[in-house]
Design a protein around this ligand. Structure first.
Ligand code: FES
Length: 104
């Protein structure tokens, strides 16, 4: 079973925003939705836009390249269901935010 890895601190990501972190060599888009944290693969499954640089409205991030929308809590693509994105498990431990890849 993979271990949780610290990637950020709670204060690094303001509510309503996102950023990009790495879990090993994997880029992960990490979002703060009203104090709850969610993580999805940073690479948009459409054409590799950086989802961590997208704008966040509620739990929906808009890809900065072609504006496909993704629910960061489920990884579902709201624009085209063929393009769901990988999710990561998030744990908050004190001020630390930790991630791990879910078991298959
Ligand atoms: S690269 Fe994200 S919508 Fe096209």
């Amino acid at each position: 079973m993979s271990e949780f890895v610290k990637v950020a601190r709670v204060g690094d990501i303001a509510p309503g925003s996102g950023t990009t972190r790495y879990l090993g060599t994997t880029p992960v888009a990490l979002f703060n939705v009203d104090g709850r944290f969610y993580a999805i693969h940073n690479d948009c499954p459409h054409e590799d836009g950086a989802l961590g640089e997208g704008s966040l409205c509620g739990s929906v991030v808009t890809c900065p390249v072609h504006a496909y929308e993704f629910d960061v809590s489920s990884g579902e693509c709201l624009t085209d269901s063929a393009y769901c994105v990988e999710r990561f498990e998030v744990r908050v431990d004190g001020d630390d935010i930790l991630l791990r890849r879910p078991e298959p």
